[in-house]
Design a protein around this ligand. Sequence first.
Ligand code: HEM
Length: 448
Amino acid sequence: MSTFSGMSNLPFIILSHRGNRSLRLVKLHKEHPILRTGPNALSFGRVAAIKDIYGHGTPCTKDEQYIVGAGSHYHLADVVDKAEHARKRKVLSSAYALKNLERWEFKVADKVQRMIAQIDKLCTEPPAKHERFPRPEDVRVDLRAWFNFFSLDAIRKDGTTFETNLRDCLYPTARKQSRLIWSYDYYKILDRISDVLPYYRRMSKAAEGWEAIVLYQAARRLERYRRGEKLDDFFQALMEDKNGKPQNLDVTTAIALTNVLYQLLLHPDVLAKLRREIDDALEPEEVVAPYDKVKHLPYLRACLDESLRLWPPTPHGLPRKTPPEGLCIMGEYVPGNTTVSMSALVAHRDETVFPDADKFIPERFLGDKGKELQSAFITFSAGARGCIGRNISYLEQAVVLASVVHRYDFALPAGFELQREETMNHILGPMPVKAWRRDLRAKARESG
Ligand code: HEM
């Protein structure tokens, strides 16, 4: 990657501070199938590496990054030991099975209902005929913020409660870690020393807000449990680390939703096609799309997958360690205990699998040809350590996207470009839009 990468992790740490390291890797991998990103770290650039590194039966394990970045105990996503992981995953897998998750639909529907009630209040009149771009005063809805689902109640250690913003306390922690974690031996020291600089100290401080949210949620659950209430919500409690380390979960789903809506607004023809599919499936007066009516819509799923391909919410090359005896990856022998990874962004920009890889073309995911792409589609990673929340995320994405596309029209301000900053996830900048209600009754009359 750099002449010095063989000697030090510093070049990668510097690259990580720029907030677009995977895009840089995409560029470099066009020429070089394998790159050295640190003294003991390799990045792979062809989709053939996926099954070797992440596939079922890979001898690789999660590498030390998960250990140095972990809290006081290991949860499902960062436990390294394979047997312990298998045990935890088995306990959880039935709870995450789709037929169980559909029982959760009412919770998603409730959130969507509340989000829609708020967006309704911010809606404007439809644009006038000559209006190409919205007037600044009409741009009133920050969709990114609404997809992040409100602010959360939190609690201080002294027991008093306050309201804090999930985004404000979540992202700085992730940002700091993604910039400094690359030198595993020195990370803990670097993490502490960096707090001398106000820039990093502010990021550490922000984690306290997150801890407060988790404490509050945990305390409320415990209280309900003590009152003898039967709790029907397994995953939050299991996923929230008491040390306040943020997990992907809803954050990645919110990133995914913002991304897909952005792409739809940039591609009105795709939006129109999707809307026809959704309008046919829903009644004009339906506000929250029932999952049953939208889960099998092929174009809706293709739009979601294409957006998840183009901008995977977690572009981070998930680091794995080769077994002591070494391993062949992409046909090349890699010595034991080497950190190996492939960024989803790199995999998804491989032109041999995804022609016109930089373009948003949902049609590529339709039919049998679309199915064939799934083995190179690693937004949710792959194999035994692949995302267990994939189905719940698709449920949320399908319900939210179908509901908003059905109910509203949106317009982006002139010259708007969505900002992305890579940590382990792609943190998005605001997405302000003008929103107005569609006249669904007139539509229904037209189609007769
Ligand atoms: C668009 C949304 C999502 C994306 C892009 C995503 C992506 C990922 C990725 C890339 C991994 C592998 C992480 C690694 O190897 O370090 C992962 C693992 C995981 N995800 Fe997700 N995720 C999403 C939504 C969710 C949701 C909604 C949940 C829970 C409700 C969830 C729970 C998990 C868990 C528990 C793991 C660890 C699995 C294991 O190691 O066995 N994810 N996810």
